[in-house]
Design a protein around this ligand. Sequence first.
Ligand code: PMP
Length: 350
Amino acid sequence: MIEPRAGLGVGGGYHSPQLDVAVRLNTNESPFGPSTDLLSRWYEEVAKANLNRYPDRSASHLRGVIANYHGVDPESVFVANGSNEVIQTILLTYGGAGRRSASFEPTYAMYETISRTTGTSYLPFERDDNFLIDAKSAIAQFDQDLIDVGFICSPNNPTGLLEDLDIALNLSANGERLIVIDEAYGQFNEVDSVQFAKGHSGLVVIRTFSKIWSMAGLRVGYAIGDPRIIENLWSVCLPYHFDTSKAKLAELAFEYVDEMEARVGFLRAERDRIMDFFETLPVTFWRSSANFILFRPDSIDGHKLWEMLLERSILIRDWSRWPRLDNCLRVTVGSAHENDIFMEALSDIL
Ligand code: PMP
């Protein structure tokens, strides 16, 4: 039987077990769904839509709405089914055979995975001891290894730390390279990478509906960048890749910005409450600017702690066997009730 291309196939994908538990704090989703008002308006719109027809191929109305929200031109906006698909389209367009991508480990694992599936050589550079990117060595490495596409995740997953965006700008070398600023966790902090990247042809910012918009199940993501880059992404993605119903939902969502901001404000306060709690425990943790917190227990094996939480039907993300993250675990900020259960269990065990 024919084998997949070298490096692909069973065992190579994304690993985060979806177990049946009472408290699920492992994949950085929102604990709340979108509002019922938004959903019922969406159902009405979908019922009226011409679903026998293919969607508007360039999602022009949605692009206008997103552009308006960020204060950019619609030509600067690309949309896809989640930001993973945005990353894939970027690598199909600017990566591939003979091209090189890079990021700074530990970081979001899909940069490496999607590089592999698109035939792009991925180079894993290291962060410094504080898990930040060292500008000088990063620039030297990008120059030496002739990187075409670089990924900067800010705040970084799984550390939750914000990156200095000037590094992204310097790495782009005036547009000779494409630097992707992955702002999946934008809005959980004060930084706005879209404003920072405006006018810089080598920077593209990607955002997702999976976190702040509470719609991980619906798969919406987008990129904002120089119209010439964006036009190339539109030419590579599949025709009609973004369906009519989802476009309607995303358009409507922007009428509910206040609700989104209230949810995000609540989660930010809960994140700070959990970090205050961590201060009182024998754990090391990293001050997060996202909706999750990376921590390392001082006195117990990380994987053992993960198992003990799982026995109590609490699922968090186990990073304890990951390079440089030995013994580390990551908890997603949930509802107040879920966070209480998590914190009670943790103080009980520790
Ligand atoms: N980027 C980062 C940094 C993420 O953490 C995630 C999801 N965990 C994604 C992108 C993918 O998000 P989406 O659901 O939009 O594909």
